[in-house]
Design a protein around this ligand. Structure first.
Ligand SMILES: [Cu+2]
Length: 296
């Protein structure tokens, strides 16, 4: 029999296990197999929810398989165990194995619902960008500023991907993950995306933001993100809905800048596009240019 003190220390050790394992995983590189916490508050909440549920599953797995293996070993035939064929119904046990899972499910539903509500909360956004998925690229419209441009696979990747191009893809930086014109957003700002599709269903996915939303023709889906103030940089994603021949060739790059840099960029871009659209000049194309492909 285990003493009370030993049980208490075992419980303490078990409680500290997740944190200890997480630290170990971080050191060894095994954490790369896990979901990443990302760079937004929402992605962190999704990560925390994922870890909570994961440890619940681990505990259930250990208990269920533990009980099963223990019973198999303890009551084996060679030790003279005789199967009990008379116990076909036990009300007490049935009540317990109904109530306990219900409690576990409710305990998991509460944090899950909280996170879902946060994901759907597009109130109080500071910047709205319309994202339109095309075969095969993305159009970004800064609705309040009249800035609109098309973002597609960068030329270098595009040339290298052609059959018989003679270019070694390993020599192309960020092969198939670079675009010509990234989406530019400011840090520490709640950005709302209005996501739609122009031809078939696409999906705008940037894992570090915890955002993956379908771009469906005829529908406008909403998503939002707010990148941590101390995490400017380049973040990459891809179309996550099989959308045709070049589905694998429509990456996403988000260039997250400081608020000042972003404001300067937006001003410059707006002036540039205004000038391009001025009378006497060729108007800026509102539709994306045809995807250049050398495929026959
Ligand atoms: Cu797509």
């Amino acid at each position: 029999m285990m003493t009370r003190a030993r049980l208490a220390s075992l419980a303490l050790a078990l409680a500290a296990l997740p944190a200890a394992l997480a630290a170990r995983a971080e050191e060894s590189g095994w954490s790369l197999l896990n979901m990443t916490p990302g760079v937004t508050q929402m992605s962190r909440h999704i990560y925390e929810l994922h870890m909570e549920i994961f440890w619940v599953c681990v505990a259930i797995g250990v208990l269920v398989f533990g009980a099963m293996i223990w019973s198999l070993v303890r009551f084996r035939k060679s030790q003279g165990a005789i199967a009990d064929v008379s116990m076909v119904h036990n009300t007490k046990v049935e009540i317990v194995w109904t109530i306990v899972p219900v409690i576990i499910l409710i305990a998991m539903a509460v944090p899950a619902a909280k996170t879902l509500v946060e994901i759907e909360d597009t109130s109080k956004t500071e910047l709205t960008i319309k994202v339109t998925g095309f075969q095969w690229g993305w159009n970004y419209d800064y609705l309040d500023d009249g800035v609109s441009y098309y973002s597609r696979l960068d030329r270098e990747s595009d040339f290298a991907r052609d059959l018989g191009s003679g270019i070694d893809p390993n020599t192309v930086p960020h092969y198939l993950l670079n675009v010509d014109h990234p989406l530019v957003v400011p840090v520490g700002t709640k950005v709302r995306l209005l996501i739609t599709g122009a031809d078939v269903i696409h999906s705008w996915w940037v894992p570090a933001f915890g955002v993956k939303k379908d771009a469906i023709p005829g529908f406008v889906n909403e998503a939002w993100f707010k990148v941590d103030a101390d995490k400017p940089g380049l973040y990459r994603g891809q179309c996550a809905e099989l959308c045709g021949r070049d589905h694998g060739f429509m990456p996403i790059v988000v260039d997250v800048r400081s608020k000042e840099d972003f404001a300067a960029w937006l001003k410059e871009k707006a002036a540039e596009q205004k000038q391009a659209a001025a009378p006497g000049q060729t108007p800026a194309p509102s539709a994306p240019p045809a995807t250049a492909s050398t495929a026959p």
